[in-house]
Design a protein around this ligand. Structure first.
Ligand SMILES: [Zn+2]
Length: 145
C-alpha cells in the first residue's frame, strides 16, 4: 500500500501512541517519586491520583502502537513471505509437483476402484473361475462363454 494512500488514522495513532506512553510514564514517576502518598509527613506509597491515570494512559498506548504499526507489520510479512518464496522456489515447485502427482495418483486409483466395483461378474462355464459379465472368452481357460 502506498504510504500517502493509507487512512489517516494509522498516522495519527503512530503520533499519539508515544505521547500517551510518555505522559503515562511521567504521571507514574510523579505519582511515585515526586508526589507520593504521604501519611504524617512520610511517603507511604504511590499517589493514586497520579499513579492510576498514569497506568491507564501508559497501557492505552499499547493498542495505539499496535493499530498504528499494523500496516507496517503487514508489509514486513509480505516482504518476508516473498523472500522465502524466492529463496525456495525450486523446493516449493518440487513440493507442488509431488503433491499434484500424489493427488492425480489417488484420483486414478479411486476411479479404477469405482469402475472395478461397478463391474458385473459371472463364473466360467468350463473352469468355474470368475470372469467379467461381458467377456466372450474366459481369461483363465480361454474357452468361449
Ligand atoms: Zn474358464
Amino acid at each position: 500500500m502506498n504510504e500517502n494512500k493509507k487512512p489517516k488514522v494509522f498516522k495519527v495513532l503512530k503520533v499519539i501512541a508515544p505521547i500517551l506512553l510518555l505522559v503515562g510514564i511521567v504521571l507514574i514517576i510523579l505519582g511515585t517519586a515526586v508526589f507520593p502518598q504521604t501519611w504524617g509527613g512520610r511517603a507511604v506509597g504511590p499517589n493514586p491520583a497520579l499513579f492510576v491515570p498514569g497506568m491507564i494512559i501508559a497501557f492505552s498506548s499499547i493498542p495505539c502502537f499496535f493499530i498504528g504499526y499494523m500496516t507496517n507489520i503487514n508489509k514486513t510479512m509480505i516482504k518476508t513471505a516473498k523472500y522465502i518464496q524466492e529463496d525456495n522456489k525450486e523446493d516449493l515447485t518440487d513440493m507442488a509437483n509431488t503433491s499434484a502427482d500424489i493427488a492425480s495418483g489417488a484420483v486414478t486409483k479411486t476411479a479404477k476402484a469405482i469402475k472395478e466395483g461397478l463391474k458385473e461378474y459371472k463364473y466360467c462355464r468350463h473352469c468355474g473361475k470368475k470372469v467379467e459379465e461381458d467377456s466372450k472368452f474366459c481369461k483363465h481357460c480361454g474357452k468361449e462363454q
